[in-house]
Design a protein around this ligand. Structure first.
Ligand code: PLP
Length: 445
């Protein structure tokens, strides 16, 4: 069975974001089932999934309630689209529930409508098109450039992949696209000058953004894109005062703010949304991953009233909004999201996340603080990073990016799945939000 699967994989499957050469020599890593925070491979070996898949299995694996909701929705209405004013009950109910959640849990009553897609990448493409459409409608067609950050991860479709600020994702594909600019990531541990306080560093990052806007011409800048806590780029929580300064600047220059909450949404940072936690007032918020805890592919682009009012007001004259996907608002995916939200609310899954994150951070710091290659341990809620350096005292890097991949391989041998990030030498840990303290302790051990 195993050889058979491995042989079939080698001759048939084109893996996403994988080295073709490495996969051909090592064979695939095949999981067979999962329950809670534990997954089991095809040989029957258990692992604590300290990555929650790709930061997404927030409520844990294998919940019957979600499986039942998916089965029920499939039997009732296995498909309905949203084109031409069509809809299904799960899509309508979920849109309404997301707006309520943003009002109640993110202090964002200005969010006005929900647009559905299937992935974090397509949500960012959708937001990009909405940004351009908005500026065209208000008579500012010259506002076309967008600013993202080095190290950002917004997905890998062409527009979202251009917003992504990690060169490894660009080099094969002639990216980023024209008109996408990147400013520095606000990574205090790496970027601060000797003796610079966090607040001063944040102010310097904001000043760099201001310089970029002024150099390019504010009348040409359409939007600024940011993950509330950068994920794939290194698990980088915003330094104190950063978003305050950024938002002031954006308001001053009439630049839209898109918050990519694909990872931070639904409890990952210890609050329901990064929007609430960091007091953001985004014009658009993108969600995916935790929206269904990855039980089904689904994304949501939530549009604020500033954009919605313009689109609505111009609609009769402009004609249809000509964007969307066959699977926008897929009823089975929306039913899965509703079942996941039921579990999150009835079991108060977000409440203990901050304490679990603290436990993880404190324990890692206690055990690793004197390790010669550990430079920094940081996080927000259950997004945690261990960053390695050849010499933390001088912040000298290793010559290559192999070390943390070796860490991930060794840790897997010990029965724990972690993630070696692609942009800097960081192990990221982002377990299911439901992970028990005993499981956390075992994984740390
Ligand atoms: N945005 C963020 C912040 C992400 O972390 C990711 C994926 O990791 C994406 C967007 C892209 O999501 P997807 O892989 O579903 O297209």
């Amino acid at each position: 069975m195993t050889d058979n699967l491995s042989a079939k994989d080698k001759r048939s499957l084109f893996h996403a974001v994988s080295s073709i050469a490495d996969t051909a020599s090592s064979g695939p890593f095949v999981l067979s089932h999962g329950k809670g925070s534990t997954v089991t491979d095809e040989h029957g070996r258990d692992y604590i999934d300290m990555g929650a898949g790709l930061w997404c299995v927030n409520i844990g694996y294998g919940r019957d309630e979600v499986a039942d909701a998916v089965a029920q929705a499939t039997r009732q209405l296995s498909f309905q689209h949203l084109f031409g004013g069509a809809a299904s009950a799960p899509a309508i109910e979920l849109a309404d529930r997301l707006l309520t959640l943003f009002r109640e849990r993110a202090n964002a009553p200005h969010m006005a409508r929900v647009f559905f897609g299937s992935s974090g990448s397509d949500a960012n493409d959708t937001a990009y098109k909405m940004v351009l459409h908005y500026h065209n409608l208000i008579g500012k067609p010259q506002k076309k450039k967008v600013i993202s950050r080095h190290g950002a991860y917004h997905g890998l479709t062409y527009a979202a992949g251009s917003l992504t600020g990690i060169p490894a994702y660009h080099k094969a594909f002639d990216m980023p696209a024209h008109g996408v600019l990147h400013v520095d990531a606000p990574h205090y541990y790496r970027g601060a000058m000797a003796g610079e306080s966090e607040a001063d560093f944040a102010a310097r990052m904001v000043a760099q953004l201001r310089d970029t806007i002024e150099r390019e011409g504010p009348e040409t800048i359409a939007a600024f894109w940011a993950e509330p806590v950068m994920g794939t780029g290194g698990v980088i929580p915003p330094p104190q005062g950063y978003f305050e300064g950024v938002q002031q600047l954006l308001a001053q220059h009439d630049i839209l703010f898109v918050a990519d909450e694909v990872i931070t949404g639904f409890g990952r940072t210890g609050e329901w949304f990064g929007t609430g936690r960091y007091d953001l007032k985004p014009d658009i918020v993108n969600l995916a991953k935790g929206l269904t805890s990855a039980y089904q592919p689904l994304s949501a682009t939530i549009v604020g009233d500033r954009i919605w009012d313009v689109l609505e007001g111009a609609s009769a004259q402009h004609g249809a909004f000509m964007h969307g996907f066959t699977y926008s608002g897929h009823p089975v995916c929306c039913a899965a999201a509703l079942a996941v939200l039921d579990i999150m609310e009835s079991e108060s899954i977000v409440d203990p996340v901050a304490a679990k994150g603290e436990r993880l951070l404190a324990s890692l710091k206690q055990r690793l603080k004197d390790h010669p290659f550990v430079g920094d341990i940081r996080g927000a809620g259950l997004m945690v990073a261990i960053e390695y350096l050849a010499d933390p005292a001088t912040k000298r890097d290793f010559a290559g990016m192999a070390g943390h991949k070796i860490v991930a391989a060794h840790v897997r041998e010990e029965g724990v799945l972690s993630r070696a990030l692609p942009w800097m030498p960081v192990t990221s840990l982002s377990p299911p939000l439901v992970i028990a303290d005993a499981e956390l302790d075992e994984a740390i051990e």
